[in-house]
Write a protein that binds this ligand. Structure first.
Ligand code: GLY
Length: 322
């Protein structure tokens, strides 16, 4: 399934469930100077989630371009770290809750995208019995031994507790992973999806937005409970195109990789250092293109500085190895 078919299938599925499609917001949100870049599908919708603005509908579906600067230095080292993504998301604003969200996500994954249920596992926040029971009893989608309870804020572990930043909207989440089975060179214990053992590939995140976190860390319940979903198109495409673990082999990156191969006269997949450089050139030039299209110019400050870093890193790797 090519990436355009994945996008359309996602949107159409949720439109059929009463969601209204909104276009992607820009990478820089003019109404929210507190964030450098749009880093999640829910970010342009925050005023709807916290009740400041009336949403155009209580059910929304988007494909949002997002940028996450935290991983810049990781890009290239493997096939899955990226800074720029397309995030597929369905959102319920004071409308449906955990059961419908999980039910629909599972239906789309298994019936439309064709995932074999036996290859999937899910996580929930450690004390989220409601979500655990929905998975294992109410909807009976997964047995207990394919479920993981993770995180505990009181112990400083925010696994399965999602927020776009240190303050503001947040809540427990439940993630779906493809279980790729025991990995070569990794101890054969049952590693969990929060460990970096290469066994699990995250494909879906259901966030149950129900708190507003204050600067002192306290959690105030929101007036409305909201569903916020994040599904990375690049991850989904990897699995659906049979190249799990390497986004650069999906149709989202192949045209760029082919261009880099023809410019450099080298082939992807033959030498580690060349692969690293090719991935950096492809990923950063893609991200930089979207920055520039959204009006960001290279500079020494703020967003412009991030763009400069991307271009410099790509240019350096273009000259040295690729
Ligand atoms: N907003 C949920 C996510 O980006 O995973």
């Amino acid at each position: 399934m090519n990436s355009e078919e994945i996008r359309e299938r996602f949107i159409k599925f949720f439109e059929a469930k009463g969601h209204v499609r909104l276009p992607s917001a820009p990478l820089v949100l003019k109404d929210d100077p507190s964030v450098l870049f749009t880093s999640a599908g829910m970010q342009p919708l925050v005023p709807y989630f916290n009740g400041v603005k009336q949403p155009p509908a209580k059910r929304l579906v988007t494909i949002q371009k997002v940028f996450r600067a935290t991983d810049i230095e990781e890009v290239g080292k493997d096939g899955y770290h990226q800074t720029f993504f397309e995030m597929l998301g369905n959102f319920g604003i004071g409308d449906y809750w955990k059961k419908e969200a999980i039910d629909w996500g599972w239906e789309l994954l298994t019936k439309q995208f064709g995932f074999d249920p036996a290859t999937l596992v899910a996580t929930v926040y450690f004390d989220d019995d409601e979500a655990f029971d929905i998975w294992t009893k109410e909807l009976a989608l997964l047995p207990n031994d394919r479920m993981f309870r993770l995180g505990n804020l009181a112990l400083g572990d925010d696994t399965n507790f999602w927020s776009p930043g240190p303050i503001g909207l947040c809540g427990p989440c439940s993630e779906v992973f493809v279980d790729r089975g025991p990995q070569p060179g990794v101890a054969p214990h049952r590693c969990d999806p929060s460990e970096n053992c290469g066994r699990y590939l995250e494909i879906w995140n259901f966030v149950f937005q129900q708190y507003d976190r204050k600067a002192d860390g306290s959690l105030t319940p929101l007036k409305m409970k909201n569903i916020d979903t994040g599904v990375g198109l690049e991850r989904l495409a990897q699995v659906l195109q049979g190249v799990a673990g390497d986004a650069y082999r999906t149709d989202l990156f192949q045209p760029l990789m082919k261009k880099i191969e023809s410019l450099s006269g080298k082939k992807y997949g033959q030498a580690k250092d060349v692969d690293l450089s090719m991935r950096i050139v492809a990923e950063h030039s893609r991200a930089a293109t979207f920055f520039i299209a959204d009006g960001i110019a290279p500079s020494n400050e703020w967003r412009g500085y991030v763009l400069r870093r991307l271009i410099r890193r790509a240019a350096l790797h273009g000259r040295t190895s690729a």
